[in-house]
Ligand binder design. Structure first.
Ligand code: GLC
Length: 439
């Protein structure tokens, strides 16, 4: 019998190999274009928000294009908002009318998405909101996230929260039974007293695991990603999830449980500052930053889930595409230093960048140009079988330069023919040296 930690590690085996995924926030909120929280930010009633339901007609929706873009960018899995907090379903739920099949597009968009991913051999992930701002039995007046918070009409209303839970569980059951094998189920999110057993999480998880024993699940039945939840404790709950899900913040180090064992984690981040489509938000991070952050995640045994927010027609906008294309360029030459890799064994973080490692292959990710040869602190010369530039296989020599003599315990690698020369880095984003080590 595996203990709960071993089960988590077993289930996440592929997840910890794959390392890089695409997050897609898409729904009615692409129409106002002010982010997926627009309904509550602007305190819209269901009637007001309904205009977007009426208008929803993403004629350009072609999940094959999304899947191809993700695949080319080197991503191995994708997570789509099957339902976000606004309650609108991109799938044909029999428990609500508030779904894509009842809009002008009339299609089960999740079904098409799932199929497109499988065609590209990408792992299939669905995001499901535990919160529902459309359902009449979800708490409103005192719920500080709800669009109707503080609205007098709802002050004394009685709701049947059990009815809501029944509905929510049934929708999850639809997702885990109607779309074949799911690889990831991404619940979002818990807050205040709305956590764990308030969601009847034991029961929910038992149902999910009955249908999808291997699906990898985040930790947000207990948190909103700002806390670890019981996954780090000695006795994780059965709904602790399989990974920690920090949001817009890269943990300073890898994550460990109380016993000191590393636990899986995944950083989710936006390209600009919005999850849902926002044409006015032009604060895109550079591709260089994003690629380097992926490397940093892997160097700390983590994954990165990079978000796009397709527009109201279903298209990925120019800026996001450009970033995905830059990933494609870099990943084409450097995928093996990401996929299957994790934290390097027993080496300090180098001053010039990061290491990743896969078995006895060490990858030096060089961000900063050295003066002369590159110092590999903590790595002994006799450990190195050979070193080469990952992008083209060309030789990288161990330096015997007179300049290095004072630092005898450090191995130096040189990029060009003259050991004391300084050469421009071959890849300005991240130059990767592949270092084969003796066992
Ligand atoms: C949040 C937000 C949200 C987004 C998610 C992604 O907690 O509520 O809109 O979907 O994080 O991690």
């Amino acid at each position: 019998m595996l203990n709960s930690y071993e089960k988590i590690m077993e289930r996440t085996k592929w997840f910890r190999q794959d390392r890089f995924g695409l997050f897609i926030h898409w729904g009615l909120y692409a129409i106002p274009g002010r982010g997926e929280w627009v309904k509550t930010y602007e305190k819209m009633t269901n009637e007001e928000y309904n205009q977007y339901f009426e208008a929803f007609n993403p004629t350009e929706y072609d999940p094959k294009k999304w899947a191809k873009a993700a695949k080319k960018a080197g991503m191995k899995y994708v997570v789509l908002t099957a339902k976000h907090h606004d309650g609108f379903c991109l799938f044909d739920s029999q428990y609500t009318d508030f779904k894509s099949t009842n809009t002008a597009i009339k299609r089960d968009l999740v079904a098409e998405y799932v199929e497109a991913l499988r065609e590209e051999e990408l792992k299939v992930g669905l995001y499901f909101s535990l919160i529902d701002w459309h359902h009449p039995d979800y708490p409103k007046y005192n719920d500080w996230h709800h669009p109707m918070r503080g609205v007098a009409t709802y002050q004394n209303e009685t709701i049947d929260f059990d009815n809501y839970l029944d509905f929510m569980h049934k929708q999850v059951e639809e997702l885990v039974t109607n779309y074949g094998k799911l690889d990831i189920l991404w619940f979002d999110f818990s807050y205040d007293e709305m956590t764990g057993e308030k969601w009847q999480a034991e029961k929910l998880m038992a149902m999910v695991r009955k249908h999808q024993p291997d699906v990898v699940i985040d930790n947000r039945l207990e948190t909103s990603g700002e806390a670890f939840g019981s996954i780090v404790s000695a006795q994780p709950s059965n709904y602790s999830g399989d990974f920690f899900s920090p949001e817009q913040l890269l943990p300073p180090e890898g994550i460990k449980n109380q016993a000191g064992q590393p636990i899986p984690w995944e950083l989710c981040i936006t390209m600009n500052n919005n999850w849902g489509y926002n044409p006015m938000d032009k604060d895109y991070k550079s591709s260089k930053t994003l690629i380097r952050k992926l490397v940093e995640c892997v160097s700390k045994n983590g994954n990165m889930l990079l978000n796009i927010g397709p527009d109201a027609k279903g298209r990925i906008n120019q800026e996001s595409f450009a970033i995905l294309n830059d990933f494609e360029q870099w990943m084409n030459d450097h995928d093996e230093s990401i996929t299957g890799c994790g934290k390097a064994n027993d080496l300090p973080k180098p001053e010039w960048g990061y290491y990743t490692q896969n078995a006895n292959i060490l990858y030096a990710h060089v961000f900063e140009q050295p003066i002369g040869p590159l110092a590999m602190v903590g790595l002994k010369k006799d450990k190195i079988k050979r070193a080469s530039l990952l992008s083209d296989g060309s030789e990288i020599k161990i330096s015997n330069s007179w300049t290095t003599k004072a630092f005898d315990d450090v191995t130096y690698l040189e990029f060009g023919g003259v050991s004391h020369y300084t050469y421009p880095l071959p890849n300005a984003i991240d130059t990767v040296i592949k270092i084969e080590l003796f066992d």
